[in-house]
Design a protein around this ligand. Structure first.
Ligand code: ABU
Length: 512
């Protein structure tokens, strides 16, 4: 049951103390320090329980102005008491959306994997930076082991490649772009833009994640030189269109150099045909990047990996986010390269104060010089601990279960054609559909009905959030007005939750 935020009482002796009455300020304060932290942990554990309680709401929605009145967010001149800090923690979680709730279907990253969460708690306590072996020896070795394992899973010819954990899929895609440009123009790093005699052009599908286009803007190509290749009805890049556009740019004297294929598009969950696109990349000497941030988890499933990811081993780089399908806690994003050494030669700056060459250990473990950031959060421990718990087998079962639940949802939608309209057969766990309110049920399906159904989406979503019982995302795309995109990526979801979801949409929306 939801906890009252004033339930978390410290003892009279501890309640009025302040930050400088506990460690590290008072060495003899071990008891009070423990009491304070234990109480914070009680707050966290109650949140975990509430998250998994189907009688609890997913959120307690308030508009921002109203929410500001419910919270005391001021940063004071004089610090508050330990009791107030515990209260602040409880209040923060009271109004936080429970993204691990079994009825939260809103985002690609859903769920609250408790082993991964335990890992994140340990990470916060260890509080180290991932740039050198010197200060993160265990975590650096773990990163090496897990990244090698992930490359083995991508393909046997990847084992001797290189990988790094990056702050999100967008930055992972940026690392791929930088390495590709470095491979083709190794002098760019020192001499800059003048070393490229011509206009670099990159290609991706019109369904790809916007971070790919962002690379063109950030890296000086300009977004006009990120060519958006048309996709088919399922949302998959059309290879013949790619080739046509590559030839067109070549004929203009441009330099096509990079193709970003998507393995699991954000909205429709579509998989571009990697093998056919790899043939085109080989023919025209272009780097092949696979953005499998979303769909990469399926590499772990013998049953579901192919045909979706067939040909992935032919890529030069792969983005794969364990914080999505695999359920690792946010954030946990990886970028993998088939060729070793590129990341280092592309990004190394050899800062003397961090990456000294005369250290007592093998400095190849100082991975921080491979990346464009300096400080790097420890995102490996939670993934390593989760992989220890599940093993490859547990992850495989998890992937297969998510797709089984997706099939179940599709079947339930098909069973109720008066109330729901399935937009396409999903390739991943994205289920795209419209809810049909009573007044539109007799209307034949047509573009004008789609317009009407699209108008219902924000209203029904608002009702979901105001009642707090369900969260499903919606958006328009190039072909249709607003539609719902339901994501099943949480281990907490069952068939009963999917039935609840569809019934609750009908309960909240039938009169629209
Ligand atoms: N980076 C894509 C995440 C989008 C989503 O969760 O819907």
């Amino acid at each position: 049951m939801a906890q009252n935020t004033s339930n978390y009482k410290l003892s009279a002796a501890a309640g009025n103390l302040r930050y400088n009455d506990i460690l590290p300020y008072k060495v003899e304060s071990g008891g009070v320090t423990r009491e304070f932290l234990q109480k914070v942990i009680d707050v966290l554990l109650d949140f975990v329980n509430d998250t998994n309680d189907r009688n609890e709401k997913i959120l307690d929605f308030h508009h921002p102005e109203e929410m500001q009145k419910l919270l005391d967010l001021q940063v004071p001149n004089e610090g508050v008491s330990l009791q107030q800090l515990v209260h602040d923690c409880a209040t923060t979680l009271k109004y936080q959306v429970k993204t691990g709730h079994p009825r939260f279907f809103n985002q690609l990253s859903c769920g609250l994997d408790l082993v991964s969460m335990a890992g994140e708690w340990l990470t916060a306590t260890a509080n180290t930076n991932m740039f050198t072996y010197e200060i993160a020896p265990v975590f650096i070795l773990m990163e090496n082991v897990v990244m090698t394992h992930m490359r083995e899973i991508i393909g046997k010819n990847w084992v001797n490649g290189d990988s790094i954990l990056a702050p999100g899929g967008s930055i992972s895609n940026l690392y791929a772009f930088l390495a590709a440009r470095h491979k083709m123009f190794p002098n760019y790093k020192e001499k800059g833009i003048a070393t490229i005699q011509g206009q670099l052009v990159m290609f991706t599908s019109d369904q790809s994640h916007y971070s790919v286009k962002s690379c063109a803007s950030v890296c000086g190509l300009g977004t006009d030189n990120c060519v958006m290749v048309a996709s088919d009805e399922q949302g998959r890049m059309i290879p013949s269109e790619l080739e046509r556009l590559v030839v067109e740019r070549k004929n203009r004297g441009h330099i096509p150099f990079f193709v970003a294929v998507t393995a699991g598009t954000t909205v429709l969950g579509a998989f571009d045909p990697i093998n056919e696109i790899a043939d085109i990349c080989e023919k025209y000497g272009m780097w092949l990047h696979v953005d499998a941030a979303w769909g990469g988890g399926l590499l772990l499933s013998k049953k579901n990996r192919n045909p979706r990811l067939l040909g992935v081993e032919r890529a030069d780089s792969v983005t794969w986010n364990p914080h999505k399908l695999m359920g690792a806690l946010l954030q946990c994003s990886t970028i993998h390269f088939k060729e070793d050494g590129l990341l280092m030669s592309c990004n190394q700056m050899s800062a003397d104060y961090l990456f000294m060459q005369d250290k007592l250990y093998d400095i190849k473990y100082d991975t921080g010089d491979k990346v464009i950031q300096c400080g790097r959060h420890n995102d490996i421990f939670k993934l390593w601990l989760q992989w220890r718990a599940k093993g490859d087998h547990g992850f495989e079962e998890h992937m297969d279960r998510l797709l089984e639940l997706t099939d179940f949802m599709v079947k339930r939608i098909r069973d109720q054609p008066d109330k729901f309209y399935l937009i396409l057969e999903p390739e991943l766990v994205n289920v795209s559909f419209w809810y049909i309110p009573t007044r539109l049920r007799r209307m034949p399906h047509s573009p004008s009905r789609e317009q009407e159904l699209g108008k219902m989406c924000p209203i029904l979503k608002a009702r979901m959030m105001q009642t707090g019982t369900l969260m499903v995302g919606y958006q328009p795309d190039d072909r249709r007005p607003n539609f719902f995109r339901n994501i099943i990526s949480s281990a907490a979801v069952t068939e009963k939750d999917i039935d609840f979801l569809l019934n609750e949409m009908d309960r909240l929306g039938h009169d629209l």
